[in-house]
Design a protein around this ligand. Structure first.
Ligand SMILES: [Zn+2]
Length: 457
């Protein structure tokens, strides 16, 4: 005995799994049943369980009234299942498929998959034969990245379930051979200017070079400077350039690969400019109870004292002169200290007088630094050494106090009211006096000092 106890009561859809359950007599327990579809297709069916029950799970992929017979030896039972086409319309397609591609080019193909659920797997096939990808449907769309190794007119198919498929054609042409990527050298943040005879570093990238590859660093297309080795795609080397001027620097990997920069080499300063400390002429400090000074400008003076040391004077003679100026100001004028902050001797030596941080006594307003040329310059002109020293000193002070422009006139308080004056000015610009000698500071070369300082800032 074999009997169906449960089967679909209504139609099932293609691709939809359904179950048929039944029972068989005890003699069939443990034996496999045979499943026959449409009287044609025979396959092994389920094994009858110990309690005599059996169960068949099945899916039809084509619609129609489908006959299912279950045989157990000579006995059999049968049912007909009505299979209908999918209730959901399913439809796959390509969206804007490329007409042409090169071999080895990566192509992203995409399309619609209407009626498919997320995760449903499609098949992308070439030439009716080769599986290219199995894209999964997301939001009723599919996408796949593929590539062809063979040129020719190629058929592409996107295949869904059942009969659902779409096709397109693509002309695949052979890609021209690509030249090998050449290695490439470069400089990274090279300096525009350096000081002669001072070591500095040059570095750069050495793209597509191997670790240990040797490069040549060359100056002016003649002189070899260094042979840096590549490490991690970079090169670096210390360099020392001699002689001032513009130098062409090349990093060379091969005939085909070089990079070039220009560096200006500046002569090293012949001697560093120094201001001789107050201790070089006295042990007496500037009184600490004087008002502090935040310098706003520089006022130039002459000491207007006769007997200034000569340009060839010794430092000892100049120290003696400093003490004379001190006595003149402190015991002659009754001031706390020398009125100026610096004295520039005819030799070009510069002496620190009143402490820079203390308000001076030199132009009545005293909101700046006072620099005095030792001598009387009502007709005589300062020495070249004094001129150079003044330029050096004013440059140093302008940098120290952030004076960006010492040439352009700016509103300046004077005893005559506000006047437009440059940040480097003369005593007589602010106060009714002959100091520093002549109108406009001609004898102390004030316009030249301003221009020279400005050029260095
Ligand atoms: Zn003065």
């Amino acid at each position: 005995m074999i009997k169906i106890t449960q089967a679909p009561t209504g139609p099932v859809q293609v691709q939809q799994q359904f179950t048929i359950q039944g029972i068989a007599s005890v003699e069939h327990v443990g034996k496999a049943l045979t499943l026959v579809i449409d009287n044609i297709y025979r396959s092994q069916g389920p094994v009858v369980a110990a309690d005599g029950s059996w169960e068949v799970n099945f899916i039809f992929t084509q619609a129609g009234d489908r006959r299912m017979r279950i045989e157990a030896g000579d006995e059999s039972t049968e049912t007909t299942v009505r299979v209908t086409a999918s209730a959901v319309q399913r439809w796959v397609s390509f969206t804007n498929p490329p007409q042409q591609a090169e071999t080895l080019q990566t192509l992203v193909l995409q399309g619609e998959a209407e009626g498919y659920s997320n995760g449903a797997q499609l098949l992308l096939r070439a030439d009716g034969l080769y599986e290219l990808a199995r894209p999964q449907v997301q939001m009723e769309k599919w996408q796949a990245a593929i590539g062809f190794t063979q040129a020719g007119r190629r058929k592409l198919e996107i295949i869904g379930t059942g009969q659902d498929r779409a096709e397109t054609f693509i002309n695949v042409v052979t890609a021209p051979p690509k030249p090998p990527k050449p290695p490439r050298l470069s400089f990274t943040n090279p300096p525009q200017s350096v000081v002669a005879d001072r070591v500095f570093a040059l570095r750069g990238n050495a793209t597509d070079y191997n670790d240990g590859d040797q490069l040549v660093l060359r100056a002016d297309q003649i002189y070899e400077l260094a042979r840096p080795r590549v490490r991690d795609g970079k090169w670096e080397t210390p360099v020392l350039l001699r002689g001032a001027g513009k130098r062409v620097i090349e990093i060379i990997g091969s005939e085909q690969d070089r990079a070039q920069i220009t560096i200006t080499v500046q002569a090293p300063p012949s001697s560093e400019f120094v201001v001789l400390p107050r201790s070089s002429w006295t042990n007496v400090p500037t009184p600490s109870n004087l008002a502090t000074l935040q310098p706003k400008r520089i006022t130039l003076h002459h000491t207007a004292l006769s007997g200034a040391p000569s340009v060839n004077a010794s430092q000892a003679q100049e120290a003696e002169r400093m003490r004379l100026i001190y006595n003149s100001h402190v015991y002659g004028n009754g001031w706390a200290d020398i009125g100026y902050h610096f004295i520039v001797m005819p030799s070009g030596r510069v002496y620190s007088a009143r402490a820079e941080q203390r308000r001076g006594a030199h132009d009545q307003i005293n909101d700046g630094l006072g620099i005095s040329f030792d001598g009387i310059f009502t007709s005589a002109t300062i020495s070249n050494q004094q001129f150079q020293a003044a330029v050096n000193l004013c440059t140093q002070l302008a940098r120290r106090y952030g004076f960006r422009n010492v040439v352009n006139p700016v509103p300046t308080p004077t005893t005559f009211g506000t006047r437009n004056l440059p940040l480097i000015l003369g005593h007589r610009d602010r106060v009714a006096t002959q100091c520093p000698g002549t109108e406009g500071g001609r004898t102390i070369r004030m316009p030249e000092i301003r221009q020279s300082v400005q050029a260095r800032l």
